[in-house]
Design a protein around this ligand. Sequence first.
Ligand SMILES: O=C(O)CCC(=O)C(=O)O
Length: 282
Amino acid sequence: MNLGLANIANNDTVDAGLLCEFQKDGYIVIRGLYTSEEAAQIRDTFMKEAQGGPVPGLSEISRGGIRYDPSDPLSYYPRMMNPHRHTHLAVGKIALDFLLNPRLQPILTALLGEEPLGVQTMFYFKPAGARGQALHQDNFYLRVSPGTCIAAWLAVDDADEDNGGMVVVPGTNLMKIVCPEKADPSKFFTAELVNTPEGLSEVPVRLQAGDILFFNGSLIHGSYSNASKDRFRRSLIAHYVPRYSHEVWEGYHAIDFSGNPIAIAPAVGGGPCGTLQPGGIH
Ligand SMILES: O=C(O)CCC(=O)C(=O)O
């Protein structure tokens, strides 16, 4: 699965082999899509924005009304939500540039099979000692129908098992949305957990700064704690929905790759998990 730029034919689409991998396993990695210099610039810009602690209106200061304990490394470095909506800030410009980057567009178009629309960005700092995000399926939250969403997860630092890199469960992309159970708050900062189905296994995805992991919205994925002594595991993440989605969770504002807003009907009411289903930011 460790595929490089050679797998992008003419740099304008993904080749058939790569597309097959994505359809079978639910994810692919494109190595070096961003240079290490670009990754370093993203890292430095977000670190500068976070140097005084959480930024009101941008950082996720509480989850479901619960504030991070001051002893939690995430209390100083919570993730930043939708920075691309804050284009008056340097992080906003960088996030919007990532969301609508022409290098990503043909890859996303090939993987989705139709025009991608950007709906969400997030920046994770994940300092040493920080908890991970419990295994989940993105479309539980994004509520795209028909079909599903897709994520582009850019490694801003090298990411592996030591610093809480991503894990995926290949093949779960072919499953329906599974209603989650409660996650262990001592291990995870999110509340919902989807267990690995019997017969399938978690696979760690080892990335170097500048690599991008693309994954399908039904794929079970997440991450464990950053067990390193002193390594951050920063990442910039974008989520996309297909142009002809009938509905998506109401909190998202879809834009095309020219930055034009595209209206999609809101997914309201209970989803497949009834009132358990929160919808939205995950
Ligand atoms: O970066 C992580 O630890 C988890 C990210 C994730 O699950 C997502 O982007 O959907």
